[in-house]
Design a protein around this ligand. Structure first.
Ligand code: ADP
Ligand code: MG
Length: 323
């Protein structure tokens, strides 16, 4: 087995917010994960569970409060911007909102060429035009798009532009933070198909984040389920989807997305809402919403994440499959 491309070991991130930064927000708590070359690791959880923070940690767009992050054998958790620079080329991100992530004042040529220019691989956007044309072709956009501005495009087309830009430096790792959540369902499927094709062609590793377990199931070979900053269950796709052991994973599997596009959120078939990270419940953070929780145990102590390759963080997990 070759060494993993990306390794997170017990990575935590505590933000400070509020007046005088007095409020501590433990957004990600002791997360350990590995991602191999060419593999897709899915991260799923409700809004507020720490997925985007984990994405930004993986790319070292933020520094962890503790823990270690290794990219292709290089410890990156403590590197400064200068030392990170050559590694940045090799890992890129596509954000959820294609309306916010593209500069409205730049044409498509400038947007897609920007990473090449910034990293000194092209003198100017114009000089990078052959590469830009090739990248646009790879994401299914024609040459007629070169001189147009983001406002001329639909959400799906904008996301294609964002993907073309992310591919410009030929990264090995692409972090996809809810890349299709802002898109109509029919457009979603097209962007997903494009991502699959690009992965096949380029051998990319994907760190694929979504609140939609069905989508993660479609994309990922392995799935990690997050709740309030913690991984509560992780394992091979089939194990997570067919034999979930954490009550939260089972609830996610029964969840239905709301139709209302204004707040396209996950309606999890659970009592209550996910609490704020600043007010995580005692013991197992999931216990107030859990039908299996036992007083004196789940509200007092926090379970460990146990098992391999299928691991679960629960004192009273659902039955293991009969052998
Ligand atoms: P998700 O992507 O799963 O919705 P996030 O990683 O965006 O979750 O957020 C996890 C928690 O961390 C939330 O409680 C959020 O309010 C908090 N958080 C995220 N970024 C910051 C920040 N820069 N400062 C303070 N709190 C933050
Ligand atoms: Mg997010």
């Amino acid at each position: 087995m070759s060494a993993p491309l990306l390794t997170l070991e017990s990575v935590s991130k505590v933000f400070r917010s509020g007046v005088f930064s007095r409020t501590q927000v433990p957004a990600v708590r002791e997360v350990s994960l590995e991602l191999s070359r060419g593999e897709t690791l899915g991260i799923v959880g409700e809004s507020g569970s720490g997925k985007s923070t984990l994405a930004r940690l993986a790319l070292r767009l933020v520094a962890p409060s503790s823990g270690s992050i290794t990219f292709d054998g290089v410890a990156i958790h403590a590197l400064d911007d200068r030392a990170l620079r050559p590694l940045r080329r090799r890992m890129q991100i596509v954000f959820q909102d294609p309306y916010a992530s593209l500069n409205p004042h730049h044409d498509v040529r400038t947007i897609v060429a920007e990473p090449l220019v910034v990293h000194g691989l092209a003198k100017s956007a114009r000089a990078a035009e052959p590469q830009v044309r090739e990248l646009l072709a790879q994401v299914g956009l024609g040459e007629d798009t070169l001189e147009r501005f983001p406002s001329a495009f639909s959400g799906g087309q904008r996301q294609r532009i964002a993907i073309a830009r992310a591919l410009a430096l030929e990264p090995e790792l692409l972090v996809l933070d809810e890349p299709t959540s802002a898109l109509d369902v029919s457009i979603q499927a097209q962007v997903v198909a494009l991502l699959e094709e690009l992965q096949r062609r380029r051998g990319l590793a994907y760190f694929f984040i979504s609140h939609d377990l069905a989508l993660v199931e479609h994309m990922a070979q392995r799935i990690a389920v997050m709740y309030l900053g913690r991984i509560v269950e992780v394992g091979p796709r089939e194990a997570i989807v067919l034999r979930p052991r954490h009550p939260y994973t089972r609830a996610l599997l029964g969840a239905v997305p709301t139709i209302d596009p204004e707040k396209r959120r996950l309606r999890v078939l659970l009592p209550g809402e996910i609490p704020s990270a600043t007010r995580a419940p005692s013991g197992c953070a999931f216990h107030p919403r859990c039908e299996r929780a036992r007083p004196g145990v789940c509200d007092v102590r926090e379970p460990e994440l146990e098992g391999s390759p299928h691991a679960v963080r629960c004192f009273f997990p659902l039955d293991p499959p009969t052998p």
